[in-house]
Design a protein around this ligand. Sequence first.
Ligand code: SF4
Ligand code: SF4
Length: 194
Amino acid sequence: MNLEELYNTYSLDLLSSRALLIDKMNSLESAQISCINCSGVCCTQSKNSMQLTLVEALTLYMNLKFKNILNDELILKSAATIKDARIDQKIYVKNRELRRNYTCPLFMFKALGCPLDKDHKPYGCLGFNATTSGVKEGENCQSDLGLLKEVDETYNTKIAQINAILANALSTENFKMTIPEAIVFFNDFESKNC
Ligand code: SF4
Ligand code: SF4
């Protein structure tokens, strides 16, 4: 299967799993609690260390393709982010990989803020929101751990099954990757398999 077929078969099935998080975000926005006045610090190296599972990574990548945002500039920017943030230099502490902070290559890319559609965003990005209005530098923001746990408990079995299928189809043992790694990984996959 090519990436579009994998997306149609597996990612589409999970788009609705973001509904709870999107509803929460929409209700915050209705209460004037939004990111509108903020510099977007949660997407930058000072705060962001987002990692995605394979199906989240595929969903993100295909959204970029469908929106015509994926181009050489973004691929190069992603590769530079991997190098600059030393994401490719894996360090393990007590058998756990040390997460690297990095500025998301999608941040302010061809759009104010994030160019992804909400139903294609990583769960962690959707679950991190302001808790008061007028936030300027992320001063009152946090992850809604309760809601993320609820989504995880509802969908984790299905997500794990899909990730196993994708790992096999994509010939990778990398079940988790950062956003720039996802962009480079799927672009490489397409280059080799076209
Ligand atoms: S995907 Fe969007 S919301 Fe998530 S870190 Fe990147 S720019 Fe920010
Ligand atoms: S979630 Fe918080 S830190 Fe991130 S852009 Fe919105 S207001 Fe700023």
